[in-house]
Write a protein that binds this ligand. Structure first.
Ligand code: SF4
Ligand code: FES
Length: 232
C-alpha cells in the first residue's frame, strides 16, 4: 500500500491509508492531546481538544482521515491556547476537586491541566449541583466530574451489544445515565473496565480506594503525552 506523505509542524511524516490524523501523528512520535478519544473505540469528535489546522482549516485530528500532502499545524500558539481554554471550561463547568479524587494522578483532565500549565481558569466557576449515583454493589457514578466524553457509552456494553451507559436529556441538562436494569447488575470486572476507560473520576469502583497510593500513579511517573514523544 502506498505511503501517504504529510508534514506536521514542518516535520516530514508518512502514514498508511485509512489512518486518522491522530493515529498518523502518534505513529510518527507526535503527540496530539485527546480526551474523548480512546484507542480502539470509534472516534466521535466530542471534546475538540485534538483540533489541529490542516491547510488552514481547523479539524478534529481523531476523526479526520489523513490525506496526501496535508500540511498540519499542531502546536501553533492559537491552537494550544484554544486547547487550554477547552480544558479550563471543563474544569469550571463541573466540580473537580483533584486532591480528594480517587482518580488523581490517573486523571487525563488533570494531567492535561499540568501539561498546559493551568493554575487557575480564566472563566468563572459555575459550581453546578449534581448528584452522585450509587448504582448497584460495584459502581459509583459521580456526575460532578463527568466531561461527557462518551467513552463509557462506546466501551461498556453487554455481551449482546446492549448499551449500559447512555447520554440522556439535551442541551444544558445533558448527562450520562445508567440503564436502570443493567447498571445495578454490572459485574465487578465490568465496573473496573468502566472506571479504567473513564478519563476522569466520574466512574469509580466501589470499595476500592487508594489501591495505588498518590505519587505512584500513571501521570505521577511521567507527564501525559510522554509515551508518544518517547517513540519519536
Ligand atoms: S462517565 Fe466518564 S467515561 Fe462516561 S462520559 Fe462521563 S467522563 Fe466520559
Ligand atoms: S479527542 Fe478528538 S474531539 Fe475529542
Amino acid at each position: 500500500m502506498a505511503e501517504i506523505r504529510f508534514t506536521i509542524d514542518d516535520k516530514p511524516c508518512t502514514a498508511k491509508a485509512g489512518q486518522t490524523i491522530w493515529e498518523a501523528a502518534r505513529d510518527n512520535g507526535v503527540y496530539i492531546p485527546v480526551l474523548c478519544h480512546y484507542d480502539g473505540l470509534k472516534p466521535v469528535g466530542a471534546c475538540r481538544i485534538c483540533t489541529v489546522r490542516v491547510n488552514g482549516r481547523l479539524m478534529a485530528a481523531c476523526t479526520q482521515p489523513i490525506g496526501k500532502d496535508m500540511i498540519i499545524e499542531n502546536t501553533a500558539p492559537d491552537l494550544e491556547d484554544m486547547r487550554r481554554a477547552l480544558i479550563e471550561m471543563l474544569f469550571v463547568e463541573g466540580n473537580h476537586m483533584c486532591p480528594t479524587c480517587e482518580k488523581s494522578g490517573n486523571c487525563e483532565l488533570q494531567a492535561l491541566a499540568y501539561r498546559y500549565g493551568i493554575l487557575a481558569p480564566r472563566f468563572p466557576y459555575l459550581w453546578p449541583r449534581r448528584e452522585i449515583e450509587a448504582a448497584g454493589p460495584h459502581l459509583l457514578l459521580d456526575h460532578n466530574r463527568c466531561i461527557q466524553c462518551l467513552r463509557c457509552v462506546r466501551a461498556v456494553k453487554t455481551k449482546d451489544d446492549k448499551l449500559i451507559f447512555a447520554l440522556l436529556h439535551r442541551s444544558g441538562k445533558v448527562r450520562i445515565g445508567l440503564d436502570p436494569e443493567l447498571g445495578p447488575r454490572l459485574t465487578e470486572e465490568t465496573a473496573q473496565k468502566a472506571m479504567d476507560i473513564c478519563p476522569v473520576g466520574a466512574i469509580l469502583k466501589k470499595e476500592v480506594g487508594f489501591a495505588v497510593p498518590i505519587g505512584k500513579r500513571k501521570f505521577d511517573a511521567a507527564p501525559i503525552g510522554s509515551e508518544t514523544a518517547e517513540k519519536a
